[in-house]
Design a protein. Structure first.
Length: 281
């Protein structure tokens, strides 16, 4: 068995290979003058773990090429972050269900698939191979516990993420809640925990994805106005587009951290151990 990865998942793949005590395949990546992607894998094996987050369209094509390059091997696909997973509904005629279109691309060339905190679990039904979705909520809770925060309040940005916040909070037996928006006027909106008070507390806003960070930045300002002593932001997938990290820091977020499903400078949690446990069954 060997591990192989796309360009965007090299560090996580190396960690998975290390935990499995197996080797990682050297891959050379390049691009033709017309923009087409090219790759060439080193020596393969009869069983391969293919690791690749779909962070953009190039990453998607690269992952498909890598699966094809591993033809003849028994392949296990690890899809740490699946771009397009949020496009899971059709709102008007003529729109694709992009999550379905992407999931169906992985129906050939792999035996099974592992995802991590996929945004909409309903998307799993679109995969044509057995697919397991893992959660890093407990790992996030463990990292928070190592920070030594005193009785933090774990907040989901909305009620849809409340279950995730519950799982994070369960590690330390902490309080958890979700933010509720109250429209004060046509332009003014108040955001506050639905049930609990943030005054004089450390607050950690947790979610599966941080993209632009605008909602969290707005919430942080309001939480400080309500007496929070410090506010942190944590997510599994640090998409962090459009200067999101700096935007959050500029709005008082003390620390922003994510996992290595998307490899960032603020990746503090690794998905490797969860993935390896799933691979071992």
């Amino acid at each position: 068995m060997k591990v192989i990865s796309t360009e965007k998942s090299q560090i996580l793949a190396a960690r998975i290979a290390g935990a499995l005590n197996t080797s990682i395949v050297d891959v050379k990546f390049s691009r033709f003058p017309d923009g087409e992607l090219y790759l060439a894998a080193g020596e393969l094996d009869d069983e391969t773990i293919i690791v690749g987050s779909v962070t953009d369209s190039d990453a998607l094509v690269q992952l498909l090429l890598l699966i094809d390059a591993c033809e003849g091997s028994k392949n296990h696909l690890v899809l740490p972050y699946m771009g397009y997973a949020r496009q899971d509904k059709r709102f008007r005629n003529g729109e694709p269900i992009s999550a379905r279109a992407v999931a169906r691309l992985f129906g050939r060339g792999v035996e099974n698939c592992i995802t991590v905190n996929i945004h909409e679990p309903e998307v799993l039904k679109y995969f044509d191979v057995p697919t397991t979705n893992l959660s890093l909520a407990k790992d996030m809770g463990a990292y928070l516990r190592s920070m030594g925060l005193s009785d933090p309040l774990i907040l989901a940005p909305d009620d849809g993420a409340l279950g995730f916040a519950d799982d994070v909070a369960s590690v330390g037996g902490w309080d958890y809640d979700h933010l509720e928006k109250t429209r004060l006027s046509g332009v003014d909106v108040k955001m506050a925990p639905k049930k609990l008070c943030a005054a004089s507390r450390s607050v950690v806003i947790v979610d599966d994805i941080i993209s632009t960070g605008s909602t969290i930045a707005t919430a942080a300002n309001m939480l400080y106005q309500q007496g929070a002593t410090e506010v942190y932001a944590a997510c599994v997938h640090g998409v962090l587009i459009g200067g999101a990290y700096v935007h959050l820091k500029a709005n008082g977020i003390r620390e922003v951290f994510c996992s290595d499903t998307i490899e960032r400078g603020c990746s503090r949690i690794s998905a490797a151990d969860r993935i390896v446990a799933a691979l071992r069954g």
